[in-house]
Design a protein around this ligand. Structure first.
Ligand SMILES: Cc1ncc(COP(=O)(O)O)c(C=O)c1O
Length: 397
């Protein structure tokens, strides 16, 4: 055995060939439906008045779905612009041949990074006058208008010009000759609240602050500047939040962040699947997995599933989720481990090693959503979606 191992010759060609030919559904994977993304964009667009644009928010690798694939399908569905969080995300889409306008929603503040933005036709979000001066200098040097979006803080307290200073700042910025203000926007902090549609809601207070500022700027004099405020939840509240464009993430992936527009038919774009790698029977009163956080109360048939927290499933979901096989749900038991988890399949005779199980998505009438996981883990569906690691191949369907 020892000498056999010693004599083993590593052949890099064979190894790299095997990697390429490894079936992506060999262990655990995410399926992404391009048709669902396309459908969701069309469905959400049906809420918008004519001429109102749709920005597909594809930051964080398209909320874990693969930004390039999501962008392509969102564009098919009628998305006008794309929103990313970082310069690198924008550059990556450009290198994949995506040519639609891209807004970087995060803050880009160094001259070097703003120049990269400019050279790659990415629009930065601008929150202060110093950034505008740099953009103007870059535009002047390269004799080409630098397209930017100005952001105003109306109550999120994150990025954006302070509302009370904005009118004065705008007066300066509009005189810069080498900048083109493509958009002015703000961001809602509580659009998913139960009372969001009430006149007195915080979302409506933010909207009215935004409206007042736009009126103070005499925005009607600048019909080419796109005004935008709404994320998914804001888009669902009603048309008053739509302005010239909406910036939609969560809904485009198939999930509703609030109770509004409940008739909207969205299709979840992601399914999370894995394989049964082992089946065993354990006695009554046996501890399952690390820490013995689950003790059997009967003779129990277990299936070991090849997915764990290193793939992005929160360990806090241990003993709180179910998996679907052939249209039937089975409870997950014991601590979720780094690469594997166990389910109780006592009484099932149709489950074999190599079978596929569904952790998120639908199978024969049963459905499990990231919203269910978010509730169980006391977090939000955005965090569940963005947690999935690159170890999970994305399979496009
Ligand atoms: C500025 C901005 N606009 C729009 C969105 C999209 O939000 P949602 O996924 O709720 O539609 C985000 C996401 O966090 C954002 O940061």
């Amino acid at each position: 055995m020892q000498s056999g191992l010693k004599n083993f010759k590593y052949d890099s060609q064979i190894v790299s060939h095997s990697l390429v030919s490894l079936d992506p559904t060999q262990r655990a994977w995410i399926e992404v439906s391009g048709k669902s993304i396309e459908h969701n964009v069309r469905e959400i667009k049906s809420l918008l008045k004519n001429g109102c644009q749709f920005m597909a928010v594809v930051k964080a690798d398209g909320y874990g779905h693969d930004a390039k694939f999501v962008s392509q399908n969102a564009i098919k569905g009628g998305a006008d612009k794309l929103g990313v969080a970082t310069l690198k995300e924008g550059l990556s889409l450009r290198s994949e041949g995506i040519e639609e306008p891209i807004l970087v929603l995060g803050n880009i503040y160094t001259r070097k990074d703003l120049l990269i933005c400019f050279k790659n036709n990415l629009m930065p979000t601008i929150s202060d006058i110093e950034q505008c001066i740099i953009c103007d200098e870059i535009g002047k040097k390269y004799k080409k208008l630098f397209y930017i979006h100005l952001k105003i803080d109306t109550g999120m307290s994150r990025l954006g010009f302070e509302s009370k200073n904005f009118v004065q700042s705008f007066g300066n910025i509009i005189s810069f000759e080498n900048i083109k203000i493509d958009g002015i926007y703000s961001h809602l902090s509580t659009a998913d609240a139960l009372d969001a549609s009430h006149e007195s809601s915080y979302a409506n207070i933010q909207r009215r602050t935004f409206l007042q500022l736009l009126s103070d700027l005499s925005i009607k004099k600048y019909p080419n500047i796109k005004i935008h405020l709404a994320n998914s939840a804001g888009t669902l509240i009603d048309n008053d939040f739509h302005f010239d464009m909406v910036r939609v993430g969560l809904c485009m992936y198939g999930y509703k962040p609030s109770q509004y527009q409940s008739h909207l038919k969205l299709k979840p774009a992601m399914s999370l699947k894995s394989k049964v790698s082992f089946i065993r029977i354990v006695d009554n009163n046996v501890g399952i997995s690390y820490g013995k956080k689950f003790i059997t109360s009967k003779k129990t048939k277990l299936a070991v599933i090849s997915i764990g927290y290193a793939d992005g499933i929160y360990r806090t979901l241990s003993n709180k989720i179910s998996l679907i096989h052939n249209g039937k749900k089975y409870p997950q038991i014991g601590s979720i481990t780094m690469d594997q988890l166990m389910i109780d399949i006592t009484g099932a005779n149709d489950i074999n090693v190599g079978d596929t199980v569904t952790l998120l998505g639908s199978d024969s009438g049963q459905c499990i959503s990231p919203v269910d996981w978010a509730d169980a883990a006391e977090t939000i569906p955005w965090e569940i979606l963005c947690a999935f690691k690159n170890r999970l191949p994305r399979v496009q369907i």
